[in-house]
Design a protein around this ligand. Sequence first.
Ligand SMILES: [Zn+2]
Length: 209
Amino acid sequence: MISAAPLHCRVCGGPLIEQIPEGDDRERAVCPGCGEIHYINPCLVVGALIEKDDRVLLCRRAIEPAQGLWTPPAGFLEIGESIADGACRETREEALGEVEALAPHSVIDLPHIGQVYYFILAGHVAGEFGAGAESIEVRWFPWPEIPWPELAFPVVDRVLRLRLEDRQLGTCRFHQGTLRFVGEGDRFAAASYRYESAFCHRFEGKTGS
Ligand SMILES: [Zn+2]
C-alpha cells in the first residue's frame, strides 16, 4: 500500500491505480490514462533552536496536531527555500522575530512517517518575539525548566535532549540519527521511540548564550 497516495492524476485528472512501474521495485500511484507516475517521497521539516541567556525559545502550538504543546519554531520546507531560509521563515511565522542561521545542529530521520527534521542553531537579529498565527504563546524556557511532558513531538524531545547534552559538555556538536518507532505504543510519546545515532561531530562554535 502507498500511504497518502493521490486518487487522481495531476496531469489528466484520471483515476490512479497502484502498480509497480517497469524497472521499479515498488508500487506507485500510476495513471493508466497518460502514464504519469506519482512518486511520494519523504518531506523535509526545518526548525530553529534559538537561545538567549541560557534559555531556549519555544512556541505553544495553536493548531493540530499537538495543539497546546511546545516546540521550537519548525515546519515544512517550501520549494525555492534553503534550509536556513525555511527555518527563519518558520520562526517569523510562529514567533514573529527575525533570526539568522548560526550553525547546523541535527538531522533526524523519521522513516515511519516519511519525514526528515533538520534543526539549525539560530540567533535573534531583529523584532520582538511573540505569538504568531500558529502559536498560542511563545516563551523563553531556562534549560532546567523545559516542559518535557508537554513537548509536541518525540523528535522535539530528542532534539532538545541532544542540545542539552551539548551544553552540558560545553561543546557544539552536529548530530545525525534515526528516530525509530518501537512497538505499538502511543505514537506521540517519546518513550515509544529509540534514537539511533549515526553521526555526532564536535565542532568549534558558540555553545550557547
Ligand atoms: Zn494521467
